[in-house]
Write a protein that binds this ligand. Structure first.
Ligand code: ATP
Ligand code: NI
Length: 291
């Protein structure tokens, strides 16, 4: 297995109103190229902070220590960090001001695609869905508008939106929540990222749509050979999609392992409690999983 990103002793502290919040504490973790890795934990455990740190877009109020080293993110196979990442990893810019938070906008970059919980927040309400996707293609792949629109239409087909040739001219408000999330996913993968980060991408959707979006993400990740970082507070959902699960609590990585091991033989009482919270609800798919 090839390591895509090596996170070493990553500590992130936010400053707010004179006080400090330690959002991540000494996280050491390898992300393997091509794997589906879930990051789970309850609200405030630091999951989104990890995603922002990996994308190099922590807010200015954040101070990061440690390092994130990238190996196979760039499609060129070069070791140079891609544009969205801080030069030399986080350690290289300690104390420097970081880029502004994406404010739940799409980063949709070539190297890391992002999907957030709320597609309405990540989509521009006054721009057609076709243009939003085409813009990502144009900006990151350097294609002209006609070629970018053609690729946008193909992407709308790939995410199974109905009538791509008319949907391409639709505005976000004309689509359902699930359809908007499909558009957001199309934009996120439009420039062919090696890594797709889905941060609570299905949390705002009802159970049936949630299952459809999980299936969609699984298919796209397989088709494009992407690495997936699936962030969720829902261990059952994570178990359905991921090959490995990392459990975060209060900013610490308390347990990481294969999905089968985490689900069937967790070493931490906290993980067991997360699993027990699902027993009696939809325990079947969770416990039938082998790995
Ligand atoms: N911009 C910020 N300024 C100050 N504190 C922050 C900021 N962003 C996050 N935090 C704090 O850092 C901690 C980790 O937050 P983070 O959003 O990473 O957790 P999370 O696991 O993604 O939570 P959720 O499931 O609610 O999205 C929390 O205590 C949170 O309040
Ligand atoms: Ni979050």
């Amino acid at each position: 297995m090839t390591v895509m990103a090596s996170i070493r002793d990553l500590t992130v502290t936010y400053r707010r109103d004179g006080s400090e919040v330690a959002a991540l504490k000494n996280i050491t973790l390898n992300v393997q190229a091509g794997e589906r890795l879930a990051i789970i934990g309850e609200s405030g455990s630091g999951k989104s902070t990890l995603a922002l740190a990996m994308a190099g877009v922590l807010p200015q109020s954040a101070r990061a220590e440690g390092s994130i080293e990238w190996f196979s993110l760039s499609s060129l196979g070069a070791k140079t960090p891609p544009s969205v990442l801080p030069e030399g990893g986080l350690a290289g810019r300690r104390g420097q001001k970081s880029a502004s938070v994406p404010n739940h906008t799409l980063l949709g970059g070539r190297d890391i695609g992002f999907v957030f919980q709320d597609p309405s927040a990540s989509l521009d309400p006054v721009m057609t869905v076709g243009k939003q996707i085409a813009e990502v293609v144009r900006t990151h792949l350097g294609l002209g508008w006609p070629a970018s629109y053609a690729r946008a239409e193909t992407l709308l087909e790939r995410v199974h939106l109905p009538d791509p040739d008319s949907t391409i001219h639709a505005f976000p408000h004309q689509l359902s929540g699930g359809q908007k999330q499909r558009v957001a996913i199309a934009a996120a993968i439009a420039a062919g990222p090696k890594l797709l980060i889905a941060d609570e991408a299905t949390s705002a959707l009802d159970t049936i749509v949630q299952a459809e979006i999980v299936a969609l993400i699984r298919r796209l990740v397989a088709e494009d050979g992407m690495t997936l970082l699936f962030i969720s507070h829902d261990i059952a959902l994570a178990a359905e999609l991921a090959e490995r699960i990392a459990v975060f609590r209060h900013g610490e990585l308390i347990e990481i392992g294969g999905t089968g091991q985490i689900v069937n033989a967790p070493t931490q009482a906290y993980t067991r409690a997360l699993l027990d919270a699902h027993i009696g609800l939809d325990a079947e798919p969770l416990l039938n999983r082998s790995g």
